[in-house]
Ligand binder design. Structure first.
Ligand SMILES: Cc1cc2nc3c(=O)[nH]c(=O)nc-3n(C[C@H](O)[C@H](O)[C@H](O)COP(=O)(O)OP(=O)(O)OC[C@H]3O[C@@H](n4cnc5c(N)ncnc54)[C@H](O)[C@@H]3O)c2cc1C
Length: 468
């Protein structure tokens, strides 16, 4: 087959244009590599453009732990306007609130600024192997099938597609077939933030707060709610087991069970929030038929929640449904097994390491069926280092994996899957690729000198040092 295909050559090829893939491609391109970013969908940016905030960019103490490409994209957003920035949830974390519409432009600007070649509407469907090395990637789009040749490939597909095609070892959640829920995010505009925040002060039994010793554990729920009020942003997590939601379910006003109605500010100008609440657990999202079937049920949940919020949640009486994410949100599918598998122990103990290529700080955060969700904070509100070897797909010479399909056990994945650490991983894989192709054994990613990589990452603004 390979002989019959049109061929194109790049230095670095990244599969998947979510947040990790964007960071990987920008990092490779800004270091001079001719870089191709391949995305099956019609947009790049992934969950950066669905209405979610960026988690894991700051630790629970409020210190930034991810910089580099993420920071460059946030700066571009700030330059374009509408940027809200870091917000404290008084539950567990700081998160960075962004406007998904402006973020679409910011991501595109940064990717083009660094000369990344982007193929959207293009699916990476097969690989050509030469021993244990990927020598070409078969990409299908409307033009035709193209064989894309490169020295290094970075799997940011979220599902480990490339690594799996290359014969690398992969894993799924656990042997019970459990997967974190699919979620359809939506937005509401015209929200009266003050009324919502006053409701939190008046009825704090409905909101999730003070779950970390570093964030409000010494305060009463009402005092935390008062802090939220002072902060002034409509950043509120309504508890799935709180009286408001439970009553809604009993009366039939809310037609599904959930751990939360997460209300996240996205635009102060539009009085708009994003809502993270809908869920269908234990669907293997690599099964496209099941994923597509889930879409309809999730949209029904969205509509039920819109009406529940307008009817029952103070501040939403005059709010309007203003948007649906452009895709179903997928938290967990197939992951690679890397030369190192990040563990829950590494995360919870805030383990530091000399081979760290980026940091994570988000709690172990495993959503489950119905109202269940595991939330375990990192020790002392700190951060952990992610080692280089977790990027390296075991058994293959020239394939990195970064982002949601990273090498991590289920607990560690529950933390490092958020966007801050996913982008730090992508950035490291991007620079690692460039160092590798310039070495005397091009493409052998196991020969990348870690000191050189870490110095290069620090030079482009990545945060690697410090005790945070
Ligand atoms: C509902 C939900 C809520 C979340 N909440 C938060 C939050 O509040 N804050 C936070 O920071 N994180 C949150 N997360 C987690 C985080 O958003 C994701 O884990 C992260 O964005 C994953 O990024 P990624 O680039 O690794 O993967 P993805 O965003 O999944 O990107 C992978 C891309 O690869 C493309 N692709 C897949 N296969 C192929 C192929 N074969 N060929 C070509 N392209 C392909 C896909 O189309 C996709 O665009 C949430 C996730 C979900 C789903």
């Amino acid at each position: 087959m390979a002989q019959r295909l049109k061929q194109e050559n790049y230095d670095v090829v990244v599969v998947g244009g979510g947040c990790a893939g964007v960071a990987a491609a920008v990092s490779a391109a800004k270091n001079g590599a001719r870089t191709l970013l391949i995305e099956a969908g019609s947009m790049i940016g992934g969950e950066l453009i669905t209405g979610l905030p960026v988690d894991g960019a700051l630790n629970a103490r409020g210190e930034w732990i991810v910089g580099g490409v993420l920071k460059e994209i946030l700066d571009e957003h700030e330059r374009l306007g509408g940027y809200i920035g870091p917000v404290k949830d008084w539950r567990l974390i700081w998160y960075v609130c962004i406007d998904p519409e402006i973020m679409k432009v910011a991501v595109s600007n940064v990717v083009r600024r660094h000369g990344v070649h982007v193929w959207m509407y293009s699916f990476a469907e097969d690989v050509v192997m030469s021993g244990n090395e990927v020598s070409g990637l078969v990409v299908l789009n409307k033009r035709q099938r193209t064989l894309v040749n490169s020295r290094v490939y970075i799997d940011c597909s979220g599902d480990g597609d490339l690594a799996m095609l290359a014969g690398a070892e992969t894993m799924v959640s656990n042997d019970k077939g459990e997967f974190q829920p699919l979620t359809m995010l939506f937005r509401m505009s015209g929200v009266d933030s003050r009324r919502l925040l006053q409701f939190c002060v008046d009825e704090p039994q409905n909101i999730a707060v003070g779950e970390s010793e570093w964030m409000g554990a010494d305060l009463t729920p009402r005092q935390c709610a008062e802090k939220l009020y002072e902060q002034g942003q409509p950043a509120v997590f309504l508890k799935g087991n709180g009286p408001l939601i439970q009553t809604g379910i009993k009366t039939g006003d809310l037609k599904y069970e959930t751990a939360l109605i997460g209300i996240i500010p996205v635009s102060n100008e539009r009085g708009e929030v994003s809502v993270n609440t809908t869920r269908i657990a234990n669907v293997d999202a690599t099964d496209t038929v099941k994923l597509s079937e889930a879409f309809g049920s999730l949209v029904d949940q969205v509509w039920s929640c819109v009406s529940f919020m307008r009817k029952r949640i103070p501040g939403f009486e005059n709010a309007h449904f203003s948007g649906l994410a452009h895709r179903v949100g997928i938290r967990e599918t197939r992951r690679i097994v890397g030369d190192y598998v990040l563990t829950g122990d590494d995360v919870l103990n805030a383990r530091k390491r000399e081979d760290g290529i980026g940091k994570g700080a988000h709690h172990i955060d495993i959503h489950q069926d119905g109202i269940k969700q595991v939330r375990i904070p990192v020790r002392h509100g700190g951060s952990y280092d992610m080692p280089y070897d977790m990027l390296v797909a075991r058994g293959v010479k020239n394939v990195y994996a970064a982002g949601r399909c990273m090498s991590a056990d289920r607990e560690a994945h529950g933390s490092a899957r958020v966007m801050g650490p996913c982008m730090a991983q992508g950035e490291a894989a991007g620079l690692g690729s460039v160092i590798s192709i310039r070495s005397n054994d091009p493409g052998n990613i196991r020969n990348v000198p870690l000191r050189q990589l870490r110095e290069g990452l620090a030079a482009q603004g990545a945060i690697l040092a410090g005790t945070n």
